[in-house]
Structure formats: C-alpha cells, structure tokens
Design a protein around this ligand. Structure first.
Ligand code: COA
Length: 264
C-alpha cells in the first residue's frame, strides 16, 4: 500500500503492539515502523512474533523486538513493558490488538470458554494498559489504541463471549480516556467490521458466508487490513490530537444495517 502519511510521522516514538505478529496487528506494527517508530511485537507464541519482527526490522531499518508474553498474565506483561522501556528508551504508543475468538452458540459455551475470551480481550487490554501507564505513560503521556469490534453493537449469534469482552474494551476506552486525558494520554478504539484475510475472518466467515456478507455491506466489499492500518495511523497521529475516548467504526456501514451475517 502507498501510504498517504509522512515517512517520519512516528520517528522518535516507541510502540508496543500485542498480537503484532499476524493479521491486523502485524499490519499496524509494520506501518508504524515504516513511519519511523521503533517497536516491540508481543505474542504468547514465540513463533508468531520472531519471524515477523525480523522481517519488519529488515524492511524498515527500525528496531523491532519480538517478545513472548501472554496478555492474560499481568507479571509477564509488566516484564515485557519494562524490557521495552529499558531497551528502546520509552513507550509512547500501545496497540491492544491481541484477541481470541471462536463461533459457539451460547447454550453450548462452557464457563471456561466464556472466561477465556474475557481474559484475553478485556483483562488483557487492561493488563497492558495498566502496565504501560505505571511504567511510563503516567509521567510522559502517550497513546493507547484498542482494537474492538462491531459485533456487540447489535446482537451477533454465537458471539456472546466476544460481545461481552469487546463491550468491556469499549467501556475501558471511554473510562481511561477521561481519567488519563489530563496526563497527555489519549485512549481510543477502532471497531473493525468483517476484515478479509484475518484469523477472525477464517473463524467467523469464509466461502459462501463471506459472499453473502459482501452483498449485505453497503459499500459491497469486505474490509481490508490496510483499511484498519490507515485508520490506526491517523488516530495515533497528531492530526487526531483532539480525538479521545472514541470508538471509531470501519465497516463499510454494515453495522448500520443491524446485521453481521451470522444467522441464528
Ligand atoms: N467452541 C467452543 N468452545 C471452545 C472453542 C470452540 N471453537 N474453542 C475453545 N473453546 C473453549 C475450550 O473448550 C475451553 O473450555 P473448557 O475448558 O470448558 O473445555 C476454553 O474455550 C479454553 O480453550 P483453550 O483451547 O484451552 O484456550 P487457549 O487459551 O489455548 O486458546 C482461544 C484461546 C480459545 C481463544 C483460541 O481460540 C486462541 O488461541 N485464539 C487466538 C487467535 C484468535 O482467536 N484470533 C481471532 C481473533 S478475532
């Protein structure tokens, strides 16, 4: 993708992207590096971040750490944040992108299945935001960008666990934006609709379901990773310095139709 943004937009900044080794997280991580940031990508699986970090560093000339930590474990998150600040010299941008999802009708979902997604999406977002705040942002300001969703804006069958978790992410976005705004910390969220070629797409819609979804989307196309990357760069840039506590939808207008394409 040819970027409309300045090459040095994020130079001198240090970023952390959770789930930054694949999909939307990788897209955002690579774009931040291409626009001057040094960064760390974090995943619970080393194989998800090692090769991606090497590729980002090789392609951009920026520093890119590959860190292994499960966002569900506060101590592991705090250690990763401390390592980033020590090795890269700061932490101005956090992108809470790590998430878990699977389709499961509510009556068949186990307590642990529900709790696992709450732990990854909601508690994980909190663990990383809290660690970044305490280690760096409370004294130096910064930005937190949460990757939310649209499936909880209405009701989406088979997604009760994810809907509850993403609603919590949106609530945290607004609450922390208000509480930390005076410290120079902006907290926002992007709510992607269906995005093609992601793990979420593979799990929730593919084949005939993707075709049907495409016909339901007012713009008649699925979203792309580049759509979300461009929006993330804008929200994290100074051009958006008055945007705080916003949950910005990028879904071609699908959520206005009241349907996500998964039928009961
Ligand atoms: N349907 C119903 N329940 C499921 C399920 C499915 N497809 N997949 C997992 N679960 C349940 C498990 O049965 C388990 O509950 P139980 O102990 O009552 O049996 C619980 O969820 C935890 O599963 P487990 O596989 O131990 O969790 P994990 O921590 O290894 O993996 C997940 C987390 C389940 C979210 C896994 O799908 C994952 O790692 N996802 C990351 C990638 C991803 O989801 N990307 C898309 C983001 S949009």
């Amino acid at each position: 993708m040819t970027s409309i943004f300045r090459d040095d937009l994020f130079s001198g900044r240090v970023a952390l992207v959770t789930g930054g080794g694949t999909g939307i997280g990788l897209g955002i991580a690579e774009a931040l590096a291409r626009h001057g940031a040094d960064l760390a990508i974090v995943s619970r699986k080393a194989e998800n971040v090692g090769p991606s970090a090497d590729r980002i560093a090789g392609a951009t000339g920026r520093r890119c750490l590959a860190l292994t930590a499960d966002v569900r474990q506060p101590e592991a998150v705090e250690a990763a944040v401390d390592q980033i600040v020590a090795e890269l010299g700061g932490l101005e941008i956090v992108v809470n992108n790590a998430a878990g999802n699977f389709y499961c009708p509510s009556g068949e979902l186990s307590p642990n299945g529900f709790g696992t997604v709450i732990d990854i999406d909601a508690k994980g977002t909190w663990n990383v935001s809290r660690a970044a705040y305490r280690a760096r942002m409370k004294d130096h300001g910064g930005q937190i960008l949460n990757i939310s969703a649209t499936l909880h804006h209405g009701g989406t069958p088979g997604q009760v666990h994810v809907a509850a978790a993403k609603a919590a992410v949106d609530a945290m976005t607004r609450t922390l934006a208000v509480e930390w705004g005076s410290l120079g910390i902006r907290v926002n969220a992007i709510a992607p609709g269906p995005i093609a070629e992601t793990e979420g797409a593979r799990r929730l819609f593919s084949g005939e379901r993707a075709d049907r979804l495409q016909r339901m989307i007012p713009t008649r196309r699925l979203g792309t990773i580049d759509d979300i990357v461009s929006l993330a760069l804008f929200v994290l840039s100074e051009a958006a310095s008055n945007i705080n506590g916003a949950v910005i939808v990028s879904d071609g207008g699908l959520s206005l139709t009241g349907r996500f394409g998964i039928e009961p």
